[in-house]
Design a protein. Structure first.
Lengths: 339, 609, 363
């Protein structure tokens, strides 16, 4: 099942949640909507589910416009942020609920529930009450419940945000595994950019009701098209400056008193973005001096905070220097964006 | 996106039932909450708003033209509004009046009939809270034999006619009453007859169970896991409980308090029976004016009375906030009542003593009265009932009992969907919703006397429409009138619980394939079930005890209920002023009601599960 | 027409319920000849008048039907809570159907209310055709327009517990004495017959200028104004106070209950008791006025007056009626019955009750 959103708009009174969302999700893809809170990602998800109706634009399933189709008739499965397990039903009854309206094509309801509980690693928990489960277990039940009727589209609204870090990592992998096994088209919403990068086939970065950039995680990470995307995904040092066309196949960006060499032809006001991991003490190009303000040990290296003439700079280094240090970066490691 | 139903080994019957259920759900989906709400409004229009409107309109006309004169006359009558009336009549004179008041040395400010009624209502509410809240605590916190039964029986005092409560209270708390006999053993004596204290005690008797019931219903849906969370954050246990449990219970508690205040404000027969005319309330005057057919005055009093009670309801609705999110109803764990002494258990014991004196005492006194003739034990009063049963009298006890029960069942069957649909549609934020929510509480806020007159003029006299004469009386009208009187209880019990149901639960059901009605039935209803059950219990009680509307609508000689039969025995000329036969009927009423509640709640409890 | 059918059905139910004439041991005189057709006489009254076989209404129906071949008496008891005749007043005003021929159970002040509220006549003048009209006890014909005819009367006066009182009050002013402080129970004149009668008696005694001062003194002396006769009497029998405003035939009830009669002494203040006659009248819209009048006449007959008032626990309205048995023994008649006439009450009674009740409520 492929998914298409064309020009979807949604406003609540004076506040506009979606200002024209265009995106396509391919069949079987794990697609993530990522952005800060209030960017409209949950609203977009709810429009896909049919829980909200767009003011303008269309939602299409496999090319068919589903506007006006109520949620119970769209073949979607939703995992909510706080799981929304039915408190008066057992785990089994929760998972079996959707099968009342869409019984399995073959086999019995009971078998299907057992199958799904095994899929999410919850064998034997059938008769438990939701309030007797841990957060992680509840998330799995919610997933099993959403998947039981074999939906065409799986929608997940920040399903891991309520869990602790280790559990989150574990379950993220589980989710990916299950999704790959079933091949179900999945739209995943999160505000956690590292999660989005880790788990998606493709992702869309949303900001203030608009899509900033869509692409595969590596592509979007390495080639952000807007300053917002550059700063939002991962960490980035974004320096505003002026670019002048340089000599062969490159430009010079002047940030304050310092000039940096970058690849590509750029002119005028620009932002020069350099990832912390691109900064190196031993770099041969684009060197500048900065004072160490702080250093955090990460286990596999350090995140060092520099003060470069009042500008904060973050670098990922193997060791933590002190005092005044010279660091630099390769010209083709920098991404230059028009301002 | 078709769905094909493939046989999965279920029986033909269960499949057919599923089909029926699916079709019903489909119809329910089509009707939806809005549709049910519309039907509710139609019933209300016919059985309440139109009849009452025909009476209240007299407050807005003078000599056939629209006018505020009747209302203004009432507002500026110091008998009704005390000092406020003077201020309204002569605003320019206020400063001078204040100066005069200060000069006179701050004499007591006259508050008029409305002021006194509000004062009495305040005292009654305070009493109801003081007695009702500890009761709720005991029922919610402790486990003991008969807990469910006692919880079921909390609503029973509601149904008792005022004269029976007066009998019980006089026998219990009177000068020669049981309490004084007991206190006399230790040399004490209380003189409480006819005063404010005994009236407040009687109001408490009627209404404390209301507070208890509302709070217990809410307590049964509280999420206590957060208590543990609060404790891990360092809060002492009592503090954790207060911070976690109280906010979840507060909306229902306030709803109960509001209703108690409104009831106490509108209290009438019990105030006069125990306190006398010196403790007259607004209702007393409405009744008197209406009996004398001075309708414009009665109507303006009723309009002002309703304005006050509806305004209070609106204020309450503004304060009713959506509670915190709780997905899961992990209810308060109950501890056994009998056990090592603790502060809680001692409180429970003290409470049991108070409840014994306040409730069991008067009720037992009424039963004792029914077994007394001429000062000694006798079954003569029950023999009277038997004679009525076998004879050709106009009030056979078994007919009265069966009518009462049938009407009550019908009233509940109608009131519950009405109340739930109103709770759903008028729940949530928004001024329009709150306004309509307040207006829909009107059956509680409008004087019962006025309602009776309205029903007489509107439904019984009938209207001539298109050449046909339409008059509505008899069992159908009675059931509808009872349902109208009871459905506000369903609304006020369900609404706070409804507000606490997480939106995502219904959304989850919808995405899994349930239509709106199905999702409501599968997900929301089980979560508000305690409120529905409590509301239904009250609706049942109100129906059993209802008199004003029933006496008007039961014209066919066969639709009389237990309160009506009791009234007949009271005015039976061969019995005279003696209350033995009425007390016998009152005992029957008490036993039948108590038994019904216990039975119904056992069934309801099984459904709640 | 639906209305006729409906009320007829209601009346039929009531009639069937009341038609138990088995075993009264009397022979019904069969009138010869065939009836030309059946006529129905609908009589409206209050429910207790027709409640059961021993009720006055049951006797009247049985006897009247026996004497009038082809006539069916249907009782109708519209209950609207308080006074029943106000329902007919409202019906008349609104143009709704009045399907009754006779109304039985009027108080004098209700007549005042009817005349105040309605321009068109609700009741017709009874005329001169009644054979027993001359038997009516003097002073009980309350209607200057000749519509209402009394069928029984009661006397309202204080009843005291002589076993606890040192001295029994004898005059109205006695009640103001400090030794009776907090001793008197009376009822709410707004709604209770006894309360209203007592109030009117004080007005008769003290005049319309002086009664409020009298009541102010009474209230200073802690008189209790309770709601209904039943509530007040319950307080009285529970020993809350030793004096209660009640009926002069109270000892009949006490004797029936087997109580000590000394605790129920009937006191006639100033040797007076307030007479509260109950009257009947024929509806102006009745379509069987002659039949209705003959019913009224029948109620006034000696045969009826010997039975019916006693069954109603009242006193006969005519000089030809008498009481029998233990009832006669215990029912007391005041030496000087006192009553306020229609003319006394017209234009005043509402105001008197309002002023009085305001005084009490604000005291």
């Amino acid at each position: 099942m492929s998914l298409e959103l064309a020009g979807v708009e949604r406003a609540y009174g004076d506040a506009t949640a979606l200002r024209g969302i265009d995106l396509t999700v391919r069949d079987g893809e794990f697609f993530t909507l990522v952005g800060p809170s209030g960017c409209g990602k949950t609203t977009t998800l709810r429009c896909i589910a049919g829980l909200e109706t767009p003011d303008a634009g269309a939602v299409r399933f496999d090319g068919t416009d589903v506007s006006g189709v109520p949620p119970e008739e769209r073949d979607v499965g939703v995992v909510f942020q706080h799981y929304a397990l039915f408190p008066t039903m057992t785990v089994r009854e929760n998972v079996a609920y959707g099968l009342r309206f869409d019984p399995p094509a073959e086999g019995s309801v009971d078998d299907r529930v057992t199958e799904l509980l095994a899929l999410v690693d919850l064998k034997g928990m059938d008769e438990r009450d939701p309030d007797a489960l841990s957060g992680g277990q509840r998330q799995r039940v919610a997933l099993a419940r959403a998947l039981a009727p074999a939906p065409d589209v799986l929608l997940l609204d920040e399903p891991l945000s309520a869990l602790d870090a280790r559990l989150r990592d574990e379950l993220r992998l589980e989710l990916k595994r299950v999704q790959r096994e079933l091949g179900v088209t999945t739209v995943y919403v999160t505000h956690d950019q590292s999660e989005a990068l880790a788990v998606s086939d493709r992702l869309a970065v949303l900001n203030d009701g608009r899509v900033e950039q869509i692409g595969e995680p590596e592509a979007v990470y390495e080639n952000p098209e807007t300053r917002f995307v550059a700063a939002f995904l991962g960490e980035n040092n974004c320096l505003d400056g002026r670019a002048v066309g340089g000599e062969t196949r490159g430009s010079t960006v002047r940030v304050g008193d310092t000039s940096f060499a970058v690849t590509g032809e750029h002119r005028g006001a620009v932002t020069c973005c350099v990832r912390p991991e691109s900064l190196d003490v031993n770099a041969t190009h684009n060197r500048f001096e900065a004072d160490v303000a702080d250093a955090e040990f990460l286990g596999d290296g350090y995140r060092v905070h520099f003060d470069w003439n009042g500008r904060p700079i973050i670098a990922r280094l193997d060791d933590a220097p002190t005092g005044r240090v010279t660091i630099g970066f390769d010209p083709d490691e920098a991404v230059v964006l028009e301002r | 996106m078709g769905r094909t139903v493939v046989p999965t080994g279920r029986t033909a019957l269960s499949r057919r039932l599923d089909g029926v259920r699916a079709r019903a759900a489909g119809v329910a989906d089509a009707i939806g909450a809005r549709g049910a709400f519309l039907v509710t409004c139609c019933v209300l229009l016919v059985v309440f708003y139109y009849p009452v409107g025909t009476v209240l309109v007299a407050a807005f006309t003078h000599g056939g033209d629209p006018s505020l004169a009747p209302l203004w006359t009432t507002l500026t009558d110091p008998f009704y509004f005390g000092a406020l009336a003077g201020a309204l009549a002569d605003p320019a004179g206020i400063p001078g009046a204040i100066v005069g008041w200060i000069d006179a040395g701050f004499p007591a400010v006259r508050t008029g009939l409305f002021g006194f009624t509000a004062f009495l209502a305040l005292l009654g509410t305070a009493g109801a809270v003081a007695v009702g809240l500890p009761g709720a605590y005991v029922l919610a916190r402790y486990e003991f034999r008969g807990r469910e039964t006692i919880r079921s029986l909390t609503v029973v005092p509601f149904v008792l006619p005022a004269i029976m409560v007066a009998v019980g209270f006089t026998t219990m708390f009177g000068t020669n009453g049981a309490l004084n006999d007991l206190l006399g053993l230790v040399g004490f004596h209380v003189e409480v007859a006819f005063g404010l204290p005994i009236v407040v005690a009687a109001l408490t008797f009627y209404n404390a169970p209301l507070v208890t019931r509302f709070v217990v219903a809410a307590a049964e849906t509280v999420d206590v896991r957060a208590v543990e969370t609060a404790r891990t954050l360092g809060a002492p246990r009592w503090r954790a409980v207060v911070d976690v449990v109280v906010p979840q219970v507060l909306p229902s508690f306030l709803a109960g308090v509001l209703l108690v205040f409104v009831f106490d404000f509108m209290a009438f027969p019990i105030v006069l029976a125990l306190g006398g005319l010196r403790l007259a309330t607004v209702e007393v005057w409405i009744y008197s004016l209406a009996s004398d057919l001075r309708i414009p005055e009665a109507a303006s009093l009723a309009v002002l009375e309703a304005a006050i009670t509806l305004a209070l309801t609106y204020v309450y609705l503004r304060a009713e906030r959506r509670g915190g999110r709780d997905t899961v109803a992990a209810s308060i764990p109950r501890v056994p009542l009998l056990g090592p002494p603790s502060a809680g258990r001692l409180l429970a014991l003290a409470y049991a003593c108070i409840a014994l004196v306040l409730y069991v005492g008067p009720l037992a006194s009424m039963v004792a009265e029914s077994l007394t003739r001429g000062g000694s034990l006798s079954a003569a009063n029950y023999a009277f009932l038997l004679a009525q049963q076998l004879g050709s009298g106009s009030a056979r006890p078994t007919v009265a009992v069966s009518n009462s029960l049938l009407f009550a069942v019908g009233a509940v069957a109608l009131a519950v969907p009405m109340g739930v649909s109103v709770a759903v549609v008028t729940g949530g934020e928004g001024r329009l919703r709150r306004l309509s929510g307040a207006l829909l509480m009107a059956p509680l806020a409008v004087s019962g006397v006025v309602t009776g007159i309205g029903l007489l003029r509107g439904l019984v006299f009938g209207v001539d429409l298109f050449g046909y004469h339409l008059a509505v009386t008899g069992p159908v009208a009675i059931v509808a009138a009872h349902a109208v009187g009871g459905y506000p209880f369903v609304v006020r019990n369900v609404a706070p619980l409804l507000a606490r149901v997480e939106d995502d639960l219904v959304a989850a059901a919808r995405t899994l394939g349930a239509g709106p009605a199905q999702a409501f039935r599968d997900v929301t209803l089980p979560l508000v079930a305690p409120g529905v059950v409590a509301g239904a219990a009250f609706a049942f009680a109100i129906s059993v005890g209802e008199f004003n509307a029933t006496i008007v609508l039961a014209r066919d000689g066969a639709s009389y209920t237990m309160p009506i039969a009791l009234e007949r025995y009271l005015s039976n000329p061969s019995v005279g002023p003696y209350l033995g036969p009425a007390a016998a009927m009152g005992t029957v009423l008490l036993v039948v009601t108590a038994a019904s509640f216990v039975v119904v709640e056992r069934l309801g409890g099984r459904w709640e599960r | 027409m639906k209305r006729r059918h409906y009320l007829r059905a209601a009346g039929a139910t009531a009639a069937v319920a009341l038609a138990g004439c088995a075993g009264d041991g009397e022979e019904t005189t069969a009138t010869g000849g065939t009836a030309s057709g059946t006529q129905t006489l609908t009589v409206a009254t209050y429910p207790s008048y027709v409640d059961g076989d021993e009720s006055p209404g049951a006797w009247l129906k049985r006897k009247f039907e026996a004497e009038h071949d082809g006539v069916t008496v249907e009782w109708t008891t519209p209950s609207s809570g308080s006074s029943n005749v106000t329902e007919y007043v409202q019906r008349k005003r609104q143009g709704a159907a009045i399907d009754a021929d006779v109304y039985l159970g009027l108080n004098t002040d209700e007549l005042v209310l009817i005349d105040r509220e309605l321009d068109a006549p609700l009741f017709a003048a009874i005329g001169d055709g009644l054979s027993h009209a001359g038997d009516v006890t003097e002073g009980l014909m309350v209607d200057p327009e000749g519509r209402a005819v009394p069928y029984d009367t009661g006397y309202i006066t204080p009843v005291v517990d002589a076993t606890t009182l040192d001295a029994v009050p004898e005059t109205f002013d006695d009640l103001l004495e400090s030794r009776y402080r907090g001793d008197l129970l009376t009822e709410n004149a707004q709604s209770s017959d006894t309360g209203k009668a007592f109030l009117l008696h004080t007005i008769h005694e003290k005049g319309s200028d002086g009664y409020l001062d009298y009541w102010r003194d009474l209230l200073d002396n802690d008189v209790r104004v309770l709601d209904t006769w039943q509530a007040a009497y319950n307080a009285y029998t529970a020993g809350e106070a030793p004096m209660v405003v009640s009926y002069s035939n109270d000892q009949v009830y006490a004797a029936n209950e087997g109580r000590d009669l000394d605790a129920y002494e009937v006191v006639f203040l100033n040797d007076e008791g307030y007479a509260n006659p109950e009257s009947m009248a024929v509806f102006a819209d009745s379509d069987v006025p002659d039949l209705a009048r003959s019913f009224v006449d029948f109620v006034l007959s000696p045969a009826a007056q010997n039975v019916v008032p006693q069954r109603n626990y009242q006193f006969p309205a005519t000089t030809t009626g008498s009481l029998s048995g233990t009832y006669a023994e215990y029912a007391k008649t005041p030496p000087t019955p006192v009553t306020l006439t229609y003319d006394d009450l017209a234009g005043h009674v509402s105001e008197w009750v309002e002023q009085w009740s305001r005084l009490v409520a604000q005291h």
